[in-house]
Design a protein around this ligand. Sequence first.
Ligand code: ZN
Length: 441
Amino acid sequence: MKPATCSTRPTLTHLGCGLLLCLAALLPATGRAQAALPQAVQAVQARATAQLQPVLETLKSLVAVESGSRDLDGLGQLAGLVAARLQAAGMETRIQPAQAPDFHPQLKGAKLGAMVYATRQGSGQRKVLLIAHMDTVYPRGMGQKQPFRVDGDKAWGLGISDDKGGVALVLHTVELLAELGFKDYAQLGVLINADEEIGSPGSSATIARLGSEYDAVFSFEGGGFDSDYVRLATSSIAIVEMKVSGRASHAGANPEGGRNALYEMAHQILKSRQFGDPAKGLKINWTVASSGETRNVIPASATAVADVRSLSNEDLDLMEAALRESIKDKLIPDTRIELVFHRSRPAFQANAVSRKLALHAQGVFKELGLALGVRDRATGGGTDAAFAGLRPHGGVLESFGLRGFGAHSNDNEYILIDSIVPRLYLATRMVMDVGSGALGW
Ligand SMILES: [Zn+2]
């Protein structure tokens, strides 16, 4: 859509300080007249404001379907719901099956929830992709006890901030653009995957490919808690699986005859505590372990899994080298140790185009009189922005979702309702400015 009051497309300067004053006019507190506002932008804000209740309705419908990463029924139901909405908004939509690779240490070729990919061709210059994930960390049954509810300035529900809020925003951004009749992009794309919380083993290749095809990718993970931000960096993640083999023996009559795999594993785990470097953001945490089945048998095997985070892909290499060196030094010489170091997710490191997008996003937010932070240091979270940014054609920005709290918390997850309208406005305006080519690079 072209701005009715302007003879040219809105440009960065165009939507700069002059417009700020105009937009301030729209805010009720200023008491100014609306007439000064360029119609195109006025329409976006008015419609975004009108979407508040519909977004809450969407959140309710998304939270109502439990969708843990291995809950194929729930994920299938959500994929159908999301696909229907995108199709109704004029997008060509398909549901794509997903499967973990055979070499994945825990999932080993498992069937995963299908992803939804939708596109719409336009008449503009650039291709913009919006991504979010519909899977959660919560097993089936937990959501029933914590249904969607609105209380004051918060909307509660399991998975609502991570990342059903993001899915809802993507749907409403697409619908708002359709409502406005805006098609001044070369292509608008949406990818909603169903395996993010387990490292996106079935969708990462697709996201990386799309990232190399689209001019801009906006990823809709949560956008902060006490302040709004977008991210230019996320952590890399690795999964370590340690398998120790020993020898079984009677724990009472002949413990010396056994080789206790549990002792050896504990020894290795404790040694590895010193391998992290918190100052550099390099962390290892052992989170899952099992060994032994019978009280009076020296255990012959033990396995443990660790979660590793780092700010750079190079640091992951250092961690792997340290672990491999360490397992050469054993507590119990006759045991055998196998180590799988699986790089689950690369670090997202922003390029110049991403930085330019972040700067522009700040300007758009400022039109509402609001401040938007830019985080360019990762804080431990890893997201799909990293896959989109692996071989970037253009720029990638993370944290386009709602502000909220309690991701992965089991019983305390909510979004801040006040963030719905500004975030919907931001996403819509970014698609417009990037799609039309107004924001050049
Ligand atoms: Zn997430």
